[in-house]
Design a protein around this ligand. Structure first.
Ligand SMILES: C[S@@+](CC[C@H](N)C(=O)[O-])C[C@H]1O[C@@H](n2cnc3c(N)ncnc32)[C@H](O)[C@@H]1O
Length: 307
């Protein structure tokens, strides 16, 4: 493939969020198909780029697609929560994370993310121990109902879990989505959309990864470092919003305190976005996936040790 098959969401807002950017390294936690990578490397000629992805297919693609930038580009395969802490010595100026799956992963029938897929997998990293088939076929009915409700925010979680438990085992996404479709009314979206999201989050421990990403960023903090995170559903966005707000808090005294004893100067930095940035109608028309994207930004003003 010679051109980028994945349209980067909120490309211009990401570039505007990072502008101006000093000389140094930009880490892209979710290199994917190099869409943001190319935009960043072209716009900021003084930066080096380190791209992380846990999907070997994405890394191989970026290796080829970004070859024209030579040694300005380094790629690392692995979970961002594991790779980020190894970058402590790099002169970091910005970190980007564009969460979730790429459209190529979604569209590749052999990965098991789509409703019509002949497999039931959903692992972004094929080395992960647990696949979607393991979750669907081996979790108890109560556990399924729990993850469908929690990660899918599916109102009919219990009924869907009971139906699936009665008809398993399943060996393909197609059989699973077909069963749900036969028993639940199709609205604006496929009735299995929310439970597919829930299983994907469970298989890839997506929320745990975000928590660990935020923990790692706290340790990488240094004055001037900018962070941009794009989330695609409310569970992800809430984790980011809450942590950014906590970082921006000037007073960290417990709420029951009579008066401030921490000095009122404890903010790690400032919010770059009071409200999340979202796609314009024009972008949504070109790239429907951008509809649910929310970009939040933060800039550290202190180092991890508080200095
Ligand atoms: C939405 S795509 C990123 C697209 C990219 N920004 C672009 O412009 O092409 C998300 C990518 O992040 C990767 N990914 C998701 N969670 C990850 C994690 N915890 N660690 C490393 N990579 C992850 C996925 O494999 C996928 O390739």
């Amino acid at each position: 493939m010679s051109s980028a098959p994945h349209i980067p969401v909120l490309k211009e807002p990401v570039l505007a969020l990072f502008e101006p950017l000093g000389e140094g390294v930009v880490v892209d936690c979710t290199a994917g198909y190099g869409g943001h990578a190319r935009a960043l490397l072209e716009r900021f000629s003084q930066i080096r780029y380190i791209g992380i992805d846990q999907d070997p297919v994405a890394i191989a693609y970026c290796q080829e697609h970004l070859a024209d930038f030579g040694d300005r580009v380094q790629l690392r395969r692995g979970a961002f929560s594991e790779v980020l802490p190894t970058l402590l010595r790099e002169p970091l100026v910005a970190v980007l994370a564009d969460l979730g799956v790429s459209s190529l992963q979604l569209d590749d029938a052999d990965r098991g993310f789509g409703f019509d897929s002949p497999v039931l997998d959903m692992r972004m990293d094929s080395h992960r121990p647990k696949s979607a088939a393991d979750v669907i076929n081996h979790y108890s009915e109560a556990e399924l109902a729990h993850i469908f409700g929690l990660y899918g925010e599916e109102p009919q979680a219990k009924k869907m879990a009971a139906l699936i438990a009665r008809h398993r085992p399943f060996f393909s996404a197609k059989a699973l989505s077909g069963l749900v479709e036969a028993h639940f009314k199709r609205g604006r979206i496929h009735p299995a959309t929310r439970i597919f999201q829930a299983v994907r989050i469970e298989v890839n421990d997506e929320l745990g990864e975000i928590e660990r990403l935020l923990d790692a960023l706290e340790k990488l903090a240094r004055p001037g470092l900018k962070v941009g995170v794009i989330a695609f559903h409310s569970l992800e966005d809430r984790l980011i919003k809450d942590r950014f707000r906590l970082w921006a808090q000037r007073c960290i005294c417990p709420p029951q305190s009579w008066r401030c004893e921490c000095g009122g100067d404890r903010a790690k930095g400032k919010l770059l976005t009071k409200k999340p940035l979202v796609a314009t109608d024009q972008e949504i028309a070109q790239n429907p996936r951008s509809r649910s994207a929310k970009l939040r930004g933060f800039q550290f003003t202190r180092s991890a040790d508080g200095s």
